[in-house]
Structure formats: structure tokens, C-alpha cells
Write a new protein. Structure first.
Length: 438
């Protein structure tokens, strides 16, 4: 295994523990195993947003065998490319034919897209793979079905809209033991994430100098990581884009992360080489661009309208955004706009060591759909921005009025501050910046 994996678990390469040494540590009590695997149960939390689907294993006339287990899987295979499944979705696995759609397990998707990967169980019938993390497994002979829930035969996942069935589905897998963790060399490689290879990417850039362009950086990072051919052949777990090699995929992602998010890498323009950035704090955003100085976009054809993009282009949205910017300037706080390679938030400002990332949503009265979209956007923007600057990063949602239930309380639970345009001075004061007269 590459040294990246050892770094990931906090062990120096020279301190690699062999099996005999591990057994000795357990015997001495230096390492303990918390639960007996025979009695432990998987810890399963129902999906919070209802992003839940059912998928089938086996087909009519060809059932999975008695020993089939979701714990042995890292992909679910489809006959067509799925479009509706997003990262973090729950997939209940129903075994068809002989097992009569019994619930034999539960997956969590690790990526939203699908790829055609090698080693499909049936390349002609099931060419598309989505990376999944098994959460629960029930042996087919012990599994039970849930009334009204059938394994889909369409070759695609099917959304579960029957809310009454969800508690029964989760109950059907409640007796599952905990997932055993990676069992094969490929599965162990797939546990690696982009941050595990970030140091290799930085070393690659430093060693290449003026030749540090993407293809060369990726190849050098692979060389620095000391990956074996077997490890490089491990299939991408984060399916949907990029290389079909997991190692090459996460190295590619790490390069983008170090350039766009942490900004430890910079370059003058798109085709220039990467260089190691100055270690001083990088200020988030660029000088604020007044939204009202831009022309609203024309309404596009209905079937290709991007709701978020259209809202951002409306005159009302621009005025709302500029109103907050003006209020900040009056308080001596500089509003800033996103740079070309940053998350496209509406504006950001810093105060008392905290960076506040703002997404504005128009509408009075405020409707749940707009709040829901805004919450998703601002949480994503903050996630991408964290680590890029020294300041703490916090999400802010700017609305025209009070949001409907349950968003006032729910936003607080999510750590999102809501600013109200109809009471902007008071709601902004909660964040700290005071007006000149205060």
C-alpha cells in the first residue's frame, strides 16, 4: 500500500505494523476491540431529506445466491445511466425472483454520476456503475420484504415516494451487523480521498518547476506516491467523471482542490504552470462588482432554464444584493465578489476574523422552494471555501422577509444566519458590524 494510506491513518511508513505485531498489541491490551461482531448492530441513520431509492439485484430467472451480501459490493450496476441519484442518497437493495423483493441491504451513494467500468457482472446487461458504500446487509434467506416495494426491473433506481414504507424499509435492515470495512486491496485503495494525496501533488509541483502543468503534475504525483500497478488498477469509486483509476482520480481532484480551494497552488492563467503560493493569508473574493451594473439575462426556453441562474440575473435580486453591500460599506465592512475560480456566491464579507458567505434569494412573501435552494447553495459554497482563507467561514442567507416554517429554526440548526431585507439593520447587527451611529 502507498505511503499515502499510512499518512491517512496517522502511521509513518517506517512504523508499518505487521499482523503478528498487531496480534501482540491486542493480547497486551494496548489495542482493544469495542464490540463483539456477533452481537453488534449497524448504526443506521434514516436519510434526512428523503433522497431514498430502491434498486434490484438479480433478475427474473437468475436470482442472487444465498451467500450474496451488500458488504461485498462497492458498486451498483445499472442497465442505463441513472440521472436522478445524487451523492449521499440511500439505496435499498431488493433481491428479486426467488427472494420476492426481500430487502437484503442498504447502500449510500458516494458519487452522483455513473461510469462504464470494467468487471461488471454482466457487461452487456449492466454496463453502468455508481460507487456505493454498504451500510447494512441481510442474508437473502433471512431477509423480508416490505409490502408495496418491488425490486425495479427497469435497469434504473426508483425513487421511494411512499413515506409510510420508509420506517418499514429501515426496520428490515435493522438487524444487520456493522459493515466490516474494506476486504480487498481494491477496496482499501478506494478508502483514500483527495486530501490523502495532497502532499504528493505539492511535492510534484515543487519538483517540476516550469514544467508543472496538469499532465506532468499528475504523473509525477503518481511516481512520488509509490503506487503499485495493482493499486493504480483499482477502479474509481467516485464515479461520474475523470479517470477510471481511483488513484489517478483522487490525484486529479487534489490538484484542483489545492488550486481552487486551499490556494496553496497558483498559476497566472489557464495554460501556465502551477507554482507553490505564498504562505501568507489569501483574501477571499475580489473587489465587489455591483450587481445592478449588469444587465438581467433574457428568459430562456422553459426546458433549459436554470432556476438558480435565472434568479441571480433578475433585477430584484441585483437590488437586494447591492442593498446589503451598501449597508456593509456604511459600517466600514468591505463586501467582495467571488473570483473567477471561486464558488459563485453572491458576496462575502469579513468581520472579526470571520468570513460570511452570502447567498441572496428574492420573494416577498418568501416561499420554501427559494429557501431550500438557497440553503443548499450557501452550504456548498462554504464547504468549498473552508481552508482557502485563515478566517472561520459561516453561511448567510439574505431574504426579503421572514421565511416560512420550519426554516427559521432549521436554518439555525444548520448554522445558517438569516438576514432579512425588511429589517436589515437589526438582523445585520446580530453578526457584529455596527452602523456609524450605533
Amino acid at each position: 500500500m502507498s505511503t499515502a494510506r499510512l499518512r491517512h491513518i496517522g502511521v509513518q511508513p517506517s512504523a508499518r505494523t505487521r499482523r503478528a505485531e498487531f496480534d501482540a498489541l491486542v493480547s497486551s491490551g494496548a489495542l482493544t476491540i469495542d464490540q463483539d461482531g456477533a452481537t453488534a448492530r449497524a448504526l443506521i441513520t434514516p436519510h434526512p431529506s428523503g433522497n431514498i431509492f430502491r434498486v434490484a439485484v438479480g433478475v427474473t430467472g437468475d436470482s442472487v445466491d444465498e451467500g450474496w451480501s451488500t458488504f461485498d459490493q462497492r458498486y451498483h450496476w445499472f442497465g442505463k445511466k441513472p440521472q436522478a441519484v445524487t451523492s449521499g442518497a440511500h439505496l435499498f437493495v431488493l433481491a428479486v425472483d426467488r427472494w420476492r423483493s426481500a430487502v437484503v441491504g442498504l447502500y449510500e451513494t458516494v458519487s452522483a454520476g455513473a461510469d462504464k467500468l470494467p468487471h461488471s457482472p454482466d457487461p452487456e446487461r449492466w454496463p453502468w456503475a455508481v460507487g456505493v458504500r454498504p451500510l447494512a446487509a441481510i442474508p437473502p434467506p433471512q431477509a423480508a420484504g416490505v409490502e408495496g416495494q418491488q425490486g425495479p426491473q427497469s435497469g434504473l433506481p426508483e425513487h421511494i415516494y411512499d413515506e409510510a414504507a420508509l420506517p418499514q424499509l429501515y426496520a428490515a435492515v435493522a438487524a444487520s451487523p456493522p459493515p466490516p470495512g474494506p476486504r480487498t486491496p481494491e477496496q482499501r485503495v478506494q478508502e483514500l480521498e483527495p486530501e490523502d494525496v495532497a502532499d504528493d501533488v505539492l511535492k510534484a509541483v515543487a519538483s517540476l518547476g516550469k514544467q508543472a502543468r496538469r499532465p506532468a503534475v499528475l504523473d509525477r504525483a503518481v511516481e512520488i506516491g509509490g503506487w503499485t500497478e495493482e493499486e493504480l488498477a483499482a477502479r474509481a469509486w467516485y464515479t461520474g467523471s475523470g479517470s477510471t483509476s481511483h488513484v489517478r482520480h483522487i490525484i486529479d481532484k487534489a490538484l484542483d482542490y489545492e488550486h481552487v480551494v486551499t490556494r496553496r497552488l497558483v498559476r497566472d492563467h489557464g495554460s501556465s504552470p502551477y507554482v507553490i503560493a505564498d504562505t501568507e493569508k489569501v483574501q477571499v473574493g475580489v473587489a465587489y462588482r455591483r450587481a445592478g451594473d449588469r444587465k438581467p439575462a433574457a428568459v430562456d426556453e422553459a426546458h433549459i432554464v436554470d432556476i438558480a441562474a435565472l434568479d441571480k440575473a433578475t433585477r430584484r435580486h441585483m437590488q437586494l444584493q447591492d442593498r446589503l453591500a451598501d449597508e456593509l460599506l456604511e459600517r466600514g465592512v468591505e463586501p467582495r465578489s467571488p473570483g473567477s475560480e471561486e464558488p459563485q456566491f453572491d458576496l462575502v464579507f469579513e468581520h472579526a476574523g470571520v468570513a460570511y458567505v452570502v447567498e441572496a434569494k428574492t420573494g416577498d412573501p418568501v416561499v420554501s422552494q427559494q429557501v431550500r435552494i438557497g440553503v443548499g447553495q450557501v452550504l456548498e459554497y462554504c464547504h468549498l471555501a473552508r481552508g482557502a482563507i485563515a478566517a472561520d467561514v459561516r453561511p448567510v442567507l439574505l431574504l426579503e422577509a421572514e421565511p416560512p416554517d420550519p426554516w427559521q429554526g432549521l436554518s439555525k440548526d444548520l448554522g445558517i444566519t438569516i438576514l432579512r431585507a425588511d429589517d436589515l439593520q437589526r438582523s445585520l447587527a446580530v453578526l457584529g458590524p455596527t452602523a456609524p451611529s450605533e
